[in-house]
Write a protein that binds this ligand. Structure first.
Ligand code: PNS
Length: 174
């Protein structure tokens, strides 16, 4: 059977879309692993940065979008966007029936299950949980920022473009 064309419609003419939402402050190798695997499963994947004015961030939204755009340019069926408000409203407007989330450990599960059930109840949007690659089971953007801030080596945790920006930012802020 002919494989579906990346970014186009699948063999039965139905375009299967998925959303990878998150803060991505900054994108890590763990996120990229999930985005990559989602891009292999779905015709179109939207990676959407949640704009949350009440949460302080190291990188502003434009910087996070730029880093995500750079690291996903190798995937022809992945696009980058932002959203404010409810994730299910973004899904409805863009006709996306499923959210893809990585699960690092059991500790992620309680909250992720709660959100998944709420999103399903609110708008019928399903959530697909992907077990994180064990290599990244400890990895979180917050830890990356903390380590980089104190001069630790995060080379193996983030892509090179993010590493460069982290070094610039942490040296600028001391
Ligand atoms: O990378 P994060 O910070 O863990 O991502 C969490 C995110 C943005 C995916 C989640 O907080 C979310 O979906 N927020 C959008 C607001 C919303 O829909 N909240 C209700 C969820 S039931």
């Amino acid at each position: 059977m002919k494989p579906p064309e990346a970014g186009g419609s699948s063999v039965d003419g139905i375009v299967r879309r998925a959303l990878c939402p998150g803060s991505f402050d900054p994108v890590t190798n763990g996120h990229i692993d999930i985005i990559n695997r989602a891009a292999n499963l779905y015709d179109e994947v939207v990676v959407a940065v949640f704009v949350n004015e009440s949460k302080s961030s190291l990188f502003d939204v434009d910087e996070r979008l730029a880093m995500l755009t750079e690291v996903t340019e190798v995937y022809p069926n992945v696009t980058i966007d932002t959203f404010e408000g409810l994730v299910v409203d973004y899904c409805r407007v863009h006709d996306i029936p499923v959210i893809v989330k990585g699960l690092r450990a059991v500790s992620d599960f309680d909250y992720e299950l709660q959100m998944a059930q709420m999103n399903r109840g609110l708008a019928g949007v399903d959530t697909l949980f992907m077990p994180t690659n064990p290599e990244y089971s400890f990895l979180a953007s917050s830890l990356v920022k903390e380590i980089a801030k104190w001069g630790g080596d995060v080379t193996s945790l983030v892509p090179p473009n993010v590493l460069t920006r982290l070094k610039e930012r942490t040296s600028a802020t001391g």
